[in-house]
Design a protein around this ligand. Structure first.
Ligand code: S3P
Length: 432
């Protein structure tokens, strides 16, 4: 499928974007390990989260799907069963890494694989500490690449400092820690998203959080519950950026998850000079939500780095688009992790925005964007990466002529109705 986008002069309206991907994955995982039924509303019916559901079904968990709702019939911490088949996580890094943590504590063996992108992504960051906890894990290149074979076992608690700020690493270890006696503790160089910690606590586990540390007490009894998933700020980000860069109009995005470990994009938009406001704040089991309104704005370049990076890790491609449309220079540093996402996002966004007339230099750990160059329509590649495809679609709204994004079906990973949502607010977009 190709996405064709024409320059758009005005965007207007109120929309709701799909449920948070990180929270949807965790709802299935903790629902499966809890006793009794967990009912999830606002679940993201995107390919990544459907991969998580498929994996847990193969592990013996009954999961019902109805329009917008998921019902998981949990069987308790020790209720998973050995799968007769290989589990396939598709394109989902969160599924493979968090699930490996859970499987490390099981009394059986599981084989895990994923698509060609997943099979290139680094797994040593989770397999190495999980092996220290007592799991047996085999994989290509000394258990650093999927496919993985995980022979679970009795785990020892762990105190671990991760070299990267990664919620997937932290969560894999905390989930394995559910199967160890005593407290398992993870310290990171900067705080990453804490959805696992908040949800574990809501399900009844003992969890403590310090500035850059999280710990969980092993062998809790988790109890099934109702979960309301907020809209994904990482999906909202494309609309916030679009609303800010087009010449006219205002957009409101409802019920957006605003967890402070995720809301860096709101701070960055304000620092760049966007007219952005948050109203109707609420708290769902520790997850803050609100409605976010953005108006067409004149943006200026800024510097981004340090502890801000984990707070906007998935928004960097669209921030590059904002920077290309801003006056002055934007420098993004400390973002080397972007090279090991669904694609090398630094290279992908730099190359494709350059095709559209932007001036961008790729740095060893980020990007330097010289803003203010007029964008022109171009034919762009998606790099098999949902966020690259959507960021380029946003750039297309501001580019003279037509922008074509090839192989854009990949947006279904996190935002199945992306094109229809854009169209509903006045964007000139067509699916081919
Ligand atoms: C995620 C953590 C982040 C993020 C990913 C989702 C999660 O990855 O980029 O989209 O749900 O825990 P890392 O942990 O690799 O930074």
């Amino acid at each position: 499928m190709d996405l064709r986008i024409q320059e758009t002069l005005k965007l207007e309206g109120t929309i709701t974007v799909p449920g948070d991907k990180s929270i949807s994955h965790r709802a299935v995982m903790l629902g499966a390990l809890a006793q009794g039924t967990t009912e999830v509303s606002g679940f993201l019916m995107g390919e990544d989260c459907l991969s998580t559901i498929a994996c847990f079904r193969k592990l013996g968990i009954s999961i019902e799907l109805t329009e917008g709702k998921v019902r998981i019939h949990g069987k308790g911490l020790d209720g998973l069963e050995e799968s007769g088949d290989v589990l396939d996580v598709g394109n989902s890094g969160t599924t493979i890494r968090l699930l490996t943590g859970i499987l490390a504590g099981q009394s059986f063996t599981t084989f895990l694989t994923g698509d060609s992108s997943i099979r290139k992504r680094p797994m040593g960051r989770i397999t190495q500490p999980l092996i220290c906890m007592g799991a047996e894990i085999m994989g290509r290149k000394n258990a650093t690449l999927a496919p993985l074979a995980i022979k679970g076992g009795k785990l020892k608690k762990l105190e671990y400092s991760t070299p990267v700020a990664s919620a997937q690493v932290k969560s894999a270890l905390l989930l394995a820690g559910l199967y160890a006696d005593g407290w398992t503790e993870v310290t990171e160089p900067a705080k990453s998203r804490n959805h696992t910690e908040l949800m574990l606590r809501a399900f009844g586990a003992q969890v403590e959080e310090g500035e850059n540390t999280a710990r969980v007490k092993g062998r809790p009894t988790l109890l099934g519950r109702q979960i309301k998933v907020p809209s994904d700020i990482s999906s909202a980000a494309f609309f916030l950026a679009a609303g800010a860069i087009v010449p006219e109009g205002a957009l409101t995005i409802r019920n957006v998850g605003l967890n402070p470990t995720r809301s860096g994009i709101i701070d960055i938009l304000s620092q760049m000079g966007a007219k952005i406001t948050v109203i109707n704040k609420a708290n769902l089991d520790g997850e803050i939500t609100g409605d976010v309104r953005v108006e067409s704005s004149s943006l200026k370049g800024i510097s981004i780095g340090g502890a801000m990076i984990p707070r906007l890790i998935d928004e960097i491609p669209v921030i590059a688009v904002l920077a290309a449309c801003a006056s002055g220079v934007t420098e993004i540093r400390d973002a080397e992790e972007l090279k090991v996402k669904e694609s090398n996002r630094l290279t992908a966004i730099a190359k494709e925005l350059t095709k559209m007339g932007a001036r961008i230099e790729e740095l060893p750990d980020g990007l330097k964007i010289f803003g203010g160059k007029a964008l022109k329509g171009a034919t762009c590649a998606s790099y098999h990466d949902h966020r690259i495809a959507m960021a380029l679609a946003v750039a297309g709204l501001k580019a003279h002529g037509e922008t074509v994004i090839n192989n854009a079906d990949i947006v279904n990973v996190s935002f199945p109705k992306f094109a229809a949502s854009l169209e509903s607010i006045g964007a000139l977009v067509r699916v081919d």
